[in-house]
Design a protein around this ligand. Structure first.
Ligand code: HEC
Length: 282
């Protein structure tokens, strides 16, 4: 019989090596996109909930900085006063909405006209169409805020969905956005940056068309919080998470109730089974 020892050793080494290469971050090793770190959010975990004050600060950052380029089409002003959101009062929402100009119409003469925003309007886009948005941003389109935090993450169905509540898997998108906003760095010497692009450690390929949007004190927070880049990045990321998933709190509460229900049901079934079969087993 032939001795396959060499082959076995080769096979083992090969398996371990491939496993190592697959599981470790090869991108980082090649000096490319940096791995996104896990951030601790108030909305992480099964009892996670949004922090009203943080969402209000995040909204301020969106309004004063990001909204000049990014739309938020699926969010309505009235959502700002809904349960599990930033917790503005309906009166405050009216004031916020009235500061925006929206296009309405057509009127009786077939003309579109401008008017003050109302609570039932959605956030108006900064550009009239995608082409205008692209033309103003060197050909790149600033994606809509209402779905971005979700669009940059992957979601898995039940039962993973339940496991993921504990692992923070669901927050990948918002972790990425937070890192991205903190990821603008000096261009490394050996890096070829294309015209009109900006170096960012966390963006795939390291060049992004969006210039660094946040600098210390870009906003003056209404609640007096110190507006560092990190603070604003955290607040606006949390706000984007809410915009993408306004029902997160309700969903988590529901998930918890379902889990308890399944647990009790499993217990009942187990004891019923025992009872029904008891006479046969003895
Ligand atoms: C001057 C216009 C401008 C401003 C202001 C701006 N952005 Fe952007 N943003 C862009 C453009 C353009 C892109 C598309 C980048 C690309 O495709 O390379 C983008 C992309 C993004 C992305 C997606 C990155 C990805 O993975 O594709 C995020 C997240 C983002 N912006 C967040 C923000 C936040 C948060 C703010 C406010 C603090 C903001 N942006 C302010 C123009 C802007």
């Amino acid at each position: 019989m032939k001795n396959y020892a060499h082959f076995k050793i080769f096979f083992l080494v090969f398996t371990f090596l491939s496993f190592y290469l697959v599981t470790t971050d090869t991108h980082a090793a090649a000096g490319e996109q940096k791995r996104v770190e896990k951030h601790e959010w108030t909305f992480s975990g099964i009892f996670g909930h949004y922090d009203n004050a943080q969402l209000q600060r995040g909204f301020q950052v969106y309004k004063e900085v990001c909204s000049s380029c990014h739309s938020m089409n699926y969010v309505y002003f009235r959502n700002l006063a809904e349960e599990g959101g930033p917790g503005f009062t309906p009166e405050e929402v009216k004031v916020i909405a009235s500061e925006y100009t929206v296009i309405d119409g057509p009127d009786d003469f077939g003309e579109m006209f401008e008017r003050e925003g109302k609570a039932s309007d959605n956030f108006p886009s900064p550009y009239s169409n995608i082409n205008e948005a692209r033309a103003s941003n060197g050909g790149a389109y600033p994606p809509d805020f209402s779905v971005l935090a979700k669009a940059r993450s992957t979601e898995r169905g039940f039962p993973w969905w339940f496991v993921d509540l504990f692992t923070g898997y669901q927050e990948q998108g918002v972790d990425y956005i937070y890192s991205l906003l903190n990821g603008y760095k000096e261009v490394p010497e050996d890096f070829k940056l294309q015209d009109g692009m900006h170096y960012n450690e966390y963006y795939p390929g390291n060049q992004i068309a969006m210039g660094q949007p946040l600098y210390d004190d870009s906003v003056e927070y209404a609640d007096g919080t110190n507006a560092t880049i990190k603070q604003m990045a955290e607040d606006v990321s949390a706000f984007m998470m809410w915009a993408a998933e306004p029902k997160l709190e309700i969903r988590k509460k529901m998930g918890f109730k379902v889990a308890i229900f399944l647990f009790v049901l499993a217990g009942l079934l187990y004891y019923s089974k025992k009872k029904i079969w008891s006479r046969i087993e003895h």
